[in-house]
Design a protein around this ligand. Structure first.
Ligand SMILES: NC(=O)c1ccc[n+]([C@@H]2O[C@H](COP(=O)([O-])OP(=O)(O)OC[C@H]3O[C@@H](n4cnc5c(N)ncnc54)[C@H](OP(=O)(O)O)[C@@H]3O)[C@@H](O)[C@H]2O)c1
Length: 288
C-alpha cells in the first residue's frame, strides 16, 4: 500500500500513476484535501493504468485534526504501508492556519510530521517515509540562516521576509527526514527515511503562471530544472523500494533515484533538526 499526500495533481498524481501501473497488486491511497478533485484523479489513474486498487481519501495537511482523522482510518486497516510519500505542498499564501501556525510551515512540514508519527507503526518493516523537499531549501542569493523554529512556525514571530517561508519549510523537510532516520536507527527499526527534490517543474499547478517570464525563469534556474515525468518516475521507484545503489536511508535524492546527493551544509545541522523535532512533537501532542 502506498499513501501519497497531495496526489490529485502534479508530482503526487504522476507518482501515484506510476505506482499503480508498476503492478496490478499495488494499492494506492490518494490523500487529497478536496474530494471532488481526488475522485477525478482516481478515475483518471484507474482509466490510465487499469489498476482498480486506487482510493481517494480526504486529508487537509494544514489541519492537525484532519491529519488525525485520516491517520485513524488508515491505522484501522489490515494492509501495511510500503511507502508514505509526504508530497502535498504550497509555496505561498495562508498567513495563518486555524491551528495558529504559519500556513506554509503547517502544510509543508507540521501536518506531515504528525501524519508520519501516527502512521509509523502501520508501515511495513522495510517501509519508507519519503519527504518531497526542494533544492529551494538552499535558495539562490544570500545564504539561508536558521532563525529558530518559533519564528518559522508562528506568523506573529516571523522575523524574515515572507519569500523565505517556502525555503524554511523545505529545509524543515530535510531536518525531519534526517532526524527521523537517526531516531529509527537508534530504535533498531528497519524502516527508512529519505528526501527527494523533483527540481523546478513548470508544468504542475505549483508556480504561478509566468507567461512570457517562464523562459527567463528557466534560463536563470537552468541548473535547477526538473521534469515532471522523470521526477515522478524516480520518486515512484524510491517509493517502490528501489533506487539508491544500496544507500537510501537518511539520504537526499536530487531528481534521480539512482544515487543520493548532498543537500546544503545547513540542512545537516543536527541541533536545528532536534529543535524542530522537539517543537513539532510538543505542539502536535498538545493538539490531540
Ligand atoms: N513544482 C516545482 O517546481 C517544485 C520544485 C521542488 C519541489 N516541489 C515540491 O513538490 C511537491 C508537489 O508540488 P507540485 O509541483 O506537484 O504542485 P501541485 O501541482 O500544486 O501539487 C500540490 C498538491 O498538494 C496539495 N495540497 C496543497 N495544500 C494541501 C493541504 N493543505 N492538504 C492536502 N493537500 C494539499 C494540492 O491540492 P489542491 O489541488 O487541492 O491544491 C496538490 O494536490 C510540493 O511539496 C513542492 O514543494 C515542487
Amino acid at each position: 500500500l502506498f499513501v501519497i499526500t497531495g496526489a490529485n495533481s502534479g508530482l503526487g498524481f504522476e507518482t501515484a500513476c506510476n505506482l499503480a501501473s508498476m503492478s496490478p497488486l499495488n494499492s494506492v491511497v490518494l490523500g487529497c484535501r478536496d474530494m471532488a478533485r481526488g475522485e477525478t484523479a482516481r478515475t483518471a489513474i484507474v482509466r490510465a493504468t487499469g489498476n482498480e486498487h486506487v482510493r481517494a481519501m480526504q486529508v487537509d495537511v494544514a489541519s492537525l485534526a484532519s491529519v488525525r482523522s485520516f491517520a485513524t482510518q488508515l491505522v484501522g486497516q489490515s494492509q501495511r504501508i510500503d511507502s508514505l510519500v509526504l508530497n502535498a505542498g504550497i509555496s505561498r499564501g495562508v498567513a495563518e492556519t486555524s491551528d495558529g501556525f504559519d500556513g506554509v510551515f503547517e502544510t509543508n512540514h507540521l501536518g506531515h510530521f504528525l501524519l508520519a508519527e501516527l502512521l509509523l507503526d502501520q508501515l511495513a518493516p522495510d517501509g519508507r517515509v519519503i519527504s518531497v523537499s526542494s533544492d529551494m531549501h538552499s535558495p539562490p542569493g544570500p545564504r539561508l540562516r536558521w532563525p529558530g523554529v518559533e519564528s518559522i512556525a508562528y506568523p506573529s514571530r516571523r522575523a524574515s521576509a515572507s519569500i523565505r517561508r517556502y525555503s524554511y519549510s523545505k529545509l524543515c523537510n530535510l531536518y525531519f527526514s534526517y532526524e527521523l532516520s537517526r531516531r529509527l536507527r537508534a530504535d533498531g527499526s528497519t524502516i527508512e527515511a529519505l528526501a527527494f527534490n523533483p527540481g523546478l517543474m513548470t508544468d504542475t499547478n505549483f508556480a504561478p503562471s509566468l507567461g512570457p517570464l517562464a523562459a527567463v525563469m528557466e534560463r536563470v534556474f537552468a541548473s535547477r530544472l526538473g521534469n515532471l515525468t522523470t521526477s515522478a518516475r524516480a520518486l515512484a521507484e524510491l517509493a517502490a523500494g528501489g533506487g539508491g545503489g544500496g544507500l537510501v536511508d537518511g539520504q537526499y535524492f536530487d531528481r534521480t533515484a539512482e544515487r543520493p546527493a548532498r543537500s546544503s551544509a545547513l540542512s545537516y545541522d543536527e541541533a536545528n533538526a532536534r529543535e524542530l523535532w522537539e517543537f513539532s512533537e510538543q505542539v502536535t501532542s498538545q493538539s490531540g
